[in-house]
Design a protein around this ligand. Structure first.
Ligand code: TXA
Ligand code: MG
Length: 354
């Protein structure tokens, strides 16, 4: 269905209420609106309106069995959606340390949350975003907002309003344009319905930081380090892990960290050039300094994974648009935020060289 997509420009730091009201009005009527969060842009609808939520799936072309994250503006709003009061203490503790911020907590849901949101699961992912625009939208609506990343299914998540429009113009009611998403990768998804908690998706909040606050272990689901859509890591407990997200149209060959010496990358690139044609390189700043006979897109400094995360999806969109036949990407250490970077790169890659 074709619809007119409006763009509302707002101040990302101190958004005036008046500038957000048109978007709030559309949400109140059951429409779908993209908005900035600190991780990536989200595609929002009133989480308590199942018809509105259904429009998100339609606009994205999202598989019906992949649940949405529900965004809240307060701990009370989160508690109001939970089905098991016994989970409150751990939510309270993690929220005190990381909310607002890039952490989604999977909890048991109550009947206010429909099957449309959770794809029939009895749990729901909750998150309080650390972005003034996102928080104020939720407050002005006075209801939680369900929002996946605002990309077409299978595309990298958007970190700018332009990315949203490139994917969804004509398919959604509007975009609140509020600058760049600073974290750059989607939130960490942690299941706190089990003990110890299980991390389904790495993001801006690292496993190390979670363990420090919890004073105990966090289990990293085996799919987190596996390649794209995986059968070999066992049955999936978070539906998003099944899908090959972040799939650029240009094939990516990922050279994993211990092997990612400049000479190794040069060798792989030359072999691919001989058999495939035009090769592009996606490299850390340090490796890019070596000088290559192929065009290079830089990801950022190797030992600052949070900087690489911030620009990762824009870099993937960029190399994808440069007309290469194949891209060789350099891996980094999968510790800290590097775990999130490597999770996205592995799922974007069609081949891994370890
Ligand atoms: O940073 C983010 O999380 C962004 C912004 C907009 O908040 N949102 C986002 O949503 O990335 P989405 O839909 O692209 O990814 C949600 C992920 C999926 O992998 C989904 O499977 C998982 O969270 N998820 C959601 N609810 C779940 C649940 N109840 N149990 C397990 N996994 C869940
Ligand atoms: Mg997504």
């Amino acid at each position: 269905m074709r619809r007119q997509t409006q763009v509302w420009y707002v101040d990302p730091v101190q958004p005036a209420d008046a500038s957000l009201l048109p978007a709030v009005e559309v949400l109140r009527r059951g429409g779908v609106v993209a908005f900035p969060t600190e991780t990536v842009y989200g595609l929002g609808a009133d989480a308590l309106n199942p018809d509105a939520v259904a429009r998100i799936f339609e606009a994205k072309g999202r598989p019906q069995d992949n649940p949405l994250i529900v965004h809240v503006a307060s701990l009370d709003m989160a508690f109001g959606l939970m089905g098991d009061a016994g989970q409150r203490p751990i939510v309270e503790r993690l929220a005190a340390a990381f909310w607002p911020g890039p952490l989604t907590l999977v909890v048991t849901r109550n009947a206010r949350i429909s099957d449309r949101v959770t794809a029939g699961l009895d749990t729901v992912g909750l998150r309080m975003p650390a972005h003034p625009v996102a928080l104020r939208l939720i407050q002005l609506l006075g209801r939680p907002i369900a929002a996946p990343s605002a990309n077409r299914s299978g595309r990298p998540s958007p970190t700018l309003a332009e990315h949203v429009l490139a994917d969804l113009d004509g398919r959604i009611d509007g975009v609140v344009a509020g600058g760049v998403s600073s974290v750059g990768v989607e939130s960490t998804v942690l299941d706190v319905t089990v003990s110890p908690p299980v991390l389904y998706r790495p993001g801006g909040v690292t496993p190390e930081a979670l363990e420090a606050v919890l004073g105990g272990p966090v289990v990293i689901d085996p799919h987190v380090r596996a390649a794209k859509a995986v059968a070999d890591a066992g049955p999936v407990r978070s539906p998003g892990m099944k899908y090959r997200h972040y799939a650029p149209s240009t094939p990516i060959v990922l050279v994993e960290c211990p092997q990612a010496a400049p000479e190794r990358i040069r060798q792989v690139a030359e072999e691919l050039a001989a058999s495939y044609g035009r090769v592009g390189l996606l490299l850390t700043d340090e490796t890019a300094e070596y000088g290559f006979a192929f065009p290079v897109v830089r990801m950022g400094p190797r030992h600052r994974p949070e900087r690489i995360a911030a620009g990762l999806f824009a870099a993937l969109r960029q190399v994808d648009g440069m007309g290469f036949d194949v891209v060789v990407a350099e891996g980094i250490a999968d510790r800290g935020v590097g775990l999130a970077v490597m999770n996205r790169l592995r799922r974007a890659a069609s081949q891994r060289i370890e």
